[in-house]
Design a binder for this molecule. Structure first.
Ligand SMILES: [Zn+2]
Length: 164
């Protein structure tokens, strides 16, 4: 099995990235495709020698089952807490299943209780990017480096090594 390792951090947790712009299209005709490292976010191109479809996502979401608490950043009462279950996760976003409502574009803080760590993981800021009948999709916009490295460790354990 051949995998494409990240030239920056060395992991095999990489995936084909969406192509954008003229350069990517030209390189694509030569089967030189962009990849995105799922653990350090580095983007690089590599020659594959075979045609690949253009993927939609930069980051693959891994399935998880973590209890999560979401709080709007701009809440003067500081009392709004949306309880839910995180059902998937990447380095840049997640999906939360909840019966409570959050508006599109709302800036939130996120706290999740993972199985891997005793202390909850805190995400300073995320944005509601999608709404579903059973929850919301969040994109992470800001978190502490220590928290990012804990997320990275969870993903390292759960992401597949991508065969090309
Ligand atoms: Zn990397």
């Amino acid at each position: 099995m051949h995998t494409q390792n990240c030239p920056k951090c060395g992991t095999a947790k990489t995936k084909l990235a969406p192509r954008s712009g003229v350069t990517d299209r030209l390189l694509g005709t030569l089967t030189i495709y962009p990849f995105r490292c799922q653990l350090c976010t580095h983007r690089f191109t590599t020659f594959l020698g075979k045609l690949k479809t253009n993927p939609r996502r930069n980051y693959e979401r891994v399935p998880v089952q973590y209890s999560a608490q979401v709080r709007p950043v701009h809440d003067p009462t500081r009392r709004i807490v949306v309880e839910g279950t995180m059902v998937n996760l990447s380095l840049r976003g997640c999906r939360i299943r909840t019966s409570q409502r959050l508006p599109m574009g709302c800036h939130v803080m996120l706290e999740l209780q993972s199985g891997e760590y005793d202390l909850p993981i805190m995400i300073d800021e995320a944005i509601v990017r999608a709404r579903f009948t059973d929850g919301v999709g969040l994109r992470f916009s800001s978190f502490l480096r220590s928290e990012e490295s804990r997320l990275r460790r969870i993903l390292d354990l759960r992401l597949p090594d991508h065969a090309i």
